[in-house]
Design a protein around this ligand. Structure first.
Ligand code: FAD
Length: 312
């Protein structure tokens, strides 16, 4: 690993660890939105988010939205989140936005009770089905991958098709998970992975994560998966697009996904080249852990926050 790559990896781990610190949390929750969280989060309310979604749609971009939140350990709260997602889907439909939703199962109570999370996500998927929309189940820490894939598989076996999930290329297990999912003809988003994982479960070296990513997308495209190629890594995007041509799959079999506020010029450039590009556009008051993961992905973002601090 080069010195720069090693420094980046150390900073990444430090930011993800600091995210749990009470003092860091207090300061960031108080000043973070002003300091720059607004670059990555489309507001604290659904109305603010919908305004941002209209701006994206006007530029030819698709989107998914997420009511930010995770690790809900109260049954009533988890059920309220599921009802709120129903309302979000209704609003997106009423506004005729090219936008679906992505959610986290721990926001729907997974750490409390898997059955509760299943019932909650099924309720959201049923609303999406009625409205012709779609639900993406995000992937969280490695300790939750088994449960997340169980819930996804159960939804599909119950006949729900308008649902997909996510695979993370940094995990050693993911190539096996993909093989096991192929018979379902799944809709899968491929990401590198955003959490702090130990070297016994995840590749520590970025080059290995990138190589695994390309292998996964190739297996997916050859295997009848609808692939959401979610990365800002331009070289990797070009590699995946070349694989699609090589394998002979049409553009209706994949889409490119990026995060709100990250590489917006590249997003538009890909739209101009005729690709479907979806921008993951989250909102809500619970933006803190999301922002910390975005900072960890690119420690240079800390400088962006610091500049805003100096400017006041
Ligand atoms: C649509 C979408 C959904 C995702 N869903 C999940 C999920 O469910 N579970 C999960 O674990 N992870 C998820 N992620 C995050 C993902 O795992 C990576 O942490 C993140 O995408 C950064 O990796 P990268 O692929 O962009 O490549 P990197 O090699 O990290 O970055 C490539 C280049 O992109 C730019 N870049 C990347 N991140 C940022 C940033 N935060 N700010 C500014 N520039 C940046 C930089 O120019 C960087 O050099 C998602 C990512 C996307 C795009």
């Amino acid at each position: 690993m080069s010195v720069a790559a090693r420094a980046n990896a150390v900073l990444r781990a430090a930011i993800l660890r600091a995210a749990d610190d009470r003092h860091v949390q207090r300061v960031m929750r108080r000043y973070g939105m002003r300091l720059g969280a607004a670059r990555f989060v489309a507001g604290e309310t659904l109305d603010e988010c919908v305004a941002a979604l209209h701006r994206l749609a006007a530029r030819g971009l698709h989107a998914n939205t997420t009511l930010l939140g995770e690790s809900v350990r109260d049954r009533a709260e988890a059920e309220a989140v599921a009802r709120e997602y129903g309302r979000v889907l209704e609003r997106l439909h009423a506004d005729e936005l090219p936008c679906n939703v992505a959610l986290k199962l721990t926001h729907l109570g997974l750490e409390l009770d898997e059955e509760l999370a299943y019932k909650n996500v099924e309720r959201v998927v049923e609303v999406a089905e009625r409205l012709g929309s779609f639900v993406r189940i995000d992937m969280e820490q490695s300790s939750l991958v088994d449960a997340t894939l169980r819930v996804y598989r159960r939804l599909r076996e119950a006949g729900h098709d308008r649902v997909g999930t996510v695979l993370q290329s940094y995990l050693y297990r993911t190539e096996r998970d993909l093989e096991a999912l192929l018979p379902l003809a799944p809709n899968l988003r491929f990401v590198k992975g955003a959490y702090l994982e130990p070297p016994d479960v995840a590749y520590p070296a970025k080059a290995d994560v990138d190589a695994a990513y390309a292998r996964l997308v190739e297996t997916a495209l050859r295997g009848g998966v609808y692939a959401a190629i979610a990365t800002h890594d331009e070289a990797l995007i070009e590699r995946c697009l070349a694989v699609a041509v090589e394998v002979g799959v049409g553009r209706e079999w994949f889409e490119l996904q990026m995060l709100y506020g990250v590489r917006p010029a590249l997003q538009l450039d890909l739209v101009r080249r005729g690709y479907k590009v979806l921008v993951a556009t989250p909102y809500g008051p619970e933006w803190y852990p999301y922002l910390m993961r975005r900072l960890a992905e690119r420690p240079a973002n800390l400088a962006f926050l610091a500049r805003n601090l100096v400017r006041g």
